[in-house]
Write a protein that binds this ligand. Structure first.
Ligand SMILES: Cc1cc2nc3c(=O)[nH]c(=O)nc-3n(C[C@H](O)[C@H](O)[C@H](O)COP(=O)(O)OP(=O)(O)OC[C@H]3O[C@@H](n4cnc5c(N)ncnc54)[C@H](O)[C@@H]3O)c2cc1C
Length: 404
């Protein structure tokens, strides 16, 4: 007999797990399918940074809601996710990026987000390992937070399971099944599962699975290192971003985490079958550490540091892809994360579930809907160029994302 559910979620990363969690809360019988182990691919390898202030009012609203949902999650489920409302510092060396920070402070005021400029002494009081004397400007965002990505990803899948979601690891979806212009289920290696709602949360593989021209995104390698414990590090010290170097640093396991955005990233047009098959390259992190030697001399020596990486996706316009897949009723996507899909996953998923229940709600997130690309002919070379640029300039524009 064919298995059935109200909804199938493909992919048990932070985004798919969060969708399954919200769908169960809304009463949908839900299957969470993953080709690998549950919560085992890119999400648990992330940095876990979350910034409330975003380039637009819409994204700031979603990010703030995401932070609220994270703070509630531990309390409501009792599942720890290693959350620290540490605040964050952004440091600019150049006049251009100092001006960008001043614009961010103005935008924060307009959106009701706490933010202020601080001097080098105050920055050093907040983050004693930071040498900020030469900075042209430093901004402080007290509402920002970070969390443990592995605890969160497995935690949200576990929370969905406790609410009755059925998880199926090692279940690869081979095909999205259609009946006319509607989705009617999926075909897996072990059989067909029927459902009127299917959500593609397949991360690096989401585009290949959906086969929709309206999902212009490419997976990219993104890596970080975690140092051995350092005596001066405290978990409540703020996340610090050095904008000019495109580098972030935060406390992690008693040491420091360092990650960043190299200007020539490795694009993964055909992502490997598992994130474990993606080659890592410590030399890139050594280069990024050298780029912040003035601010974080302690990171000059990465001896003994642990390297990890995953495959987030960049999109043509550097915005997420959330909502109905054009042309197929009942088929939805949540992805195109632009290295910022983890910490806002609960909020993105809540929004998507609202759209699944009431399609008219989609209008509220128009800039994120895949429909914005429907009918457009996007040459692959243009897409690659845009993705490389958005990644390599992650912290450099007055619309800086600063999510990851
Ligand atoms: C080093 C690093 C640092 C990062 N830092 C941050 C940060 O600070 N803040 C932030 O918000 N984001 C950050 N990100 C980005 C974040 O990790 C991603 O946005 C997020 O993990 C995307 O989640 P996902 O659920 O789409 O992907 P994944 O976690 O990869 O989940 C997708 C799942 O789909 C499954 N799947 C794929 N195809 C199929 C199929 N055909 N059938 C069944 N299952 C399938 C996969 O097995 C996988 O488990 C970072 C990423 C990296 C790598």
């Amino acid at each position: 007999m064919t298995e059935t559910a109200d909804a199938i979620v493909i992919g048990s990363g932070a985004l798919g797990g969060s969708v399954a969690y919200h769908l169960r809360r809304a009463g949908y019988s839900t299957l969470l399918l993953d080709r690998h182990d549950i919560a085992s691919q890119t999400s648990p390898r992330a940095a876990g940074l979350s910034a409330v202030l975003r380039p637009s009012a819409l994204m700031t609203r979603l990010a703030r809601r995401g932070a609220e949902l994270l703070l509630d999650f531990e309390r409501e489920t009792g599942i720890p996710i290693g959350l620290h409302r540490s605040g964050s510092l952004k440091l600019a060396r150049s006049a251009a990026l100092a001006e960008q920070l001043r614009q961010e402070i103005r935008r924060a005021a307009a959106y009701g987000v706490e933010a202020r400029m601080v001097n080098a002494q105050e920055a050093a009081r907040l983050m004693p390992l930071l040498h900020a004397e030469a900075a042209a400007a430093i901004a402080y965002f007290p509402e920002d937070l970070y969390l443990d990505p592995a605890l969160f990803t497995s935690g949200v899948a576990e929370a969905a399971r406790r609410l009755g979601c059925v998880s199926k690891p090692n279940t690869m979806v081979e095909e999205i099944l259609l009946d006319g212009g509607r989705v009617c289920g999926v075909r897996t290696a072990s059989g067909i599962i029927s459902a009127p709602v299917v959500v593609d949360a397949a991360g690096a593989w989401a585009r290949g699975l959906a086969r929709s021209a309206a999902l212009p995104m490419i997976a990219v390698r993104h890596q970080l290192v975690v140092t051995r414990p350092i005596a001066e590090v405290r978990a409540e010290q703020p996340v610090t971003r050095v904008l000019d170097a495109n580098v972030y640093v935060r406390p992690c396991d008693g040491g420091l985490m360092l990650g960043g955005y190299e200007s020539e990233p490795l694009l993964l047009d055909e992502p490997p079958a598992s994130v474990e098959d993606m080659p890592l390259d410590l030399a890139i992190l050594e280069g990024l550490a050298a780029a912040v030697r003035a601010e974080f001399p302690i990171l000059s020596d990465l001896e003994g540091a642990k390297l990890r990486g995953g495959m987030p996706t960049m999109t043509l316009d550097d915005e997420h892809l959330i909502g109905p897949v054009p042309g197929v009723d009942g088929f939805f996507v949540i992805g195109g994360c632009n290295v910022g899909g983890l910490s806002t996953a609960l909020s993105f998923a809540e929004t998507l579930c609202g759209i699944i229940a009431d399609p008219s709600a989609a209008v509220e997130i128009a800039p994120l809907l895949p429909a914005r690309f429907a009918g457009r002919d996007i040459p692959e070379a243009s897409l690659r160029q845009a993705c490389r640029l958005h990644y390599g300039q992650h912290y450099w524009s007055d619309a800086a994302r600063a999510t990851g």
